[in-house]
Design a binder for this molecule. Structure first.
Ligand code: ASP
Ligand code: MG
Length: 412
């Protein structure tokens, strides 16, 4: 007998029919003798609808009140799922985040979970109930309803699995697992049977939207066994997110190609090569709450150098404005230039730790297609390049092939 958390996304509970599918799967696991906690999102489209209503009342909805409104989406689905389970003859009980006592900080619309009271859930499970918990929401210490950010039900699922030391957290979604890259760009992309937690973290932060990044962080911190599966298929093992140390098999060197179209590049030219300059450039940028991704500073020549970094495309104008009006003259830079038609492509794999030549293979592959690399950044398990947006798809395709990701790598 195992304790399993099953998290279902919005499309998986998008209609009464689909909720009945969920119910059937839960009943099947229950019949095998497992204890099940179900965590659900709002029905698909519902959170957007609620945000739309809020915006009709207030152009910038008050964050506390917005959480009050959007948290109702999940409250509907937990009740419906419980009813469905009862209709199948199971014992079931629904909880909102507040009823469980999922305590969060008070950062409305992007709250972080601080603690989970597992007492009631444990007692219900012991009494044979399937427990159905609303994703995406919690309550702060003052009793205000909070939400965890878009896609936050993933994080609820993982956090509950961590709090109750569940044997597995299964994330049911509309894709059947994590792929080597986006199949819409590379039809040959394969589902990965396993991916390490660190690779998943890189993939999620680099734009693969299968899991909320906070959920992956949580899983890593508490060593939650996490699996991504399709809720529309009866069979299939999905993708298991593993921890390197329990990996017995030889890992593929590269697990995937991630990409992000929303990158914009900014260069401050001719800045004096002296202490404090990076801070004087990036200080005002971070004060304006603009996230900076890659950062490169050139080797200085004759006392001056160039300083480049990337930001999200939506924040390009804001960042350019700050640099031109507040920074350029202040630090005595020659000029500020930018390009918001860039994209980032990354190869990700823990195998990079033990294999040399990955970077040169990546650069050669791009060179053979005449794709110019504008910026490079690396971590222990990732190499990212910034390129002209118009070559993005080509770059992803040729890299996917060059690293043999279209070949089945499972041992025979
Ligand atoms: N319903 C919320 C959203 O649409 C949370 C979730 O689905 O995970 O973002
Ligand atoms: Mg989701």
């Amino acid at each position: 007998m195992a304790l399993i958390v099953q998290k279902y996304g919005g499309t998986s509970v998008g209609s009464p029919e689909r909720i009945k599918n969920v119910v059937r799967r839960v009943a099947k696991y229950n019949a095998l003798g497992h204890q099940i906690i179900v965590v659900v999102s709002a029905m698909s489209g519902e959170t957007n609808r609620l945000i739309g209503l809020a915006k009709e009342m207030q152009a910038q909805p008050d964050p506390r009140e917005l959480d009050m409104v959007v948290s109702t989406g999940e409250q509907v689905t937990v009740g419906l799922v419980s009813m469905g389970l009862m209709q199948e003859g199971l014992k079931a009980k629904s909880y909102t985040g507040a009823q469980v006592k999922i305590i969060t900080d008070s950062a409305f619309t992007k709250a972080r979970i601080l603690s989970i009271d597992e007492q009631n859930i444990r007692a219900d499970l012991a009494n044979g109930y399937v427990v159905v918990v609303a994703g995406f929401q919690g309550i702060d210490k003052e009793g205000n309803i909070t939400t965890l950010g878009r896609g936050g039900s993933d994080t609820t699922g993982v956090a509950i699995a961590a709090a109750l030391h569940a044997d597995e957290c299964q994330i049911y979604t509309d894709v059947d697992g994590v792929y080597t890259t986006d199949p819409r760009v590379v039809p040959e992309a394969r589902r990965l049977k396993t991916i390490t937690f660190e690779e998943m973290l890189e993939m999620a932060s680099l734009g693969s939207k299968v899991l909320q990044i906070r959920a992956v962080e949580f899983a890593g911190k508490y060593k939650v066994k996490l699996r991504v599966l399709s809720s529309f298929e009866e069979e299939g093992d999905g993708t298991l997110i593993t921890f390197e140390e329990d990996e017995k098999m030889e890992q593929a060197i590269i697990s995937g190609i991630a990409f992000n179209r929303d990158e914009a590049k900014i260069t401050v030219r001719g800045v004096p090569d002296k202490p404090g300059i990076a801070y004087q450039i990036l200080g005002p940028i971070s004060e304006a709450n603009v996230d900076v991704d890659m950062i490169i500073q050139n080797v200085g020549v004759d006392g001056s150098t160039d300083f480049s970094f990337t930001v999200h495309r939506n924040e390009f104008d804001k960042a350019m404005d700050i640099l031109k009006n507040q920074v350029q003259n202040h630090i005595g830079a020659r000029n500020v230039v930018g390009d918001n038609k860039t994209a980032k492509v990354s190869v990700v794999g823990v195998g990079m730790r033990s294999h040399v030549g990955i970077a040169s293979k990546m650069f050669r592959t791009l060179a053979e297609e005449g794709i110019n690399i504008q910026m490079i950044s690396t971590s222990e398990i990732k190499i990212s390049v910034v390129i002209d947006e118009k070559y993005l798809e080509l770059a992803v395709r040729v890299l996917h092939k060059a690293f043999d990701l279209d070949l089945d790598q499972e041992p025979a």
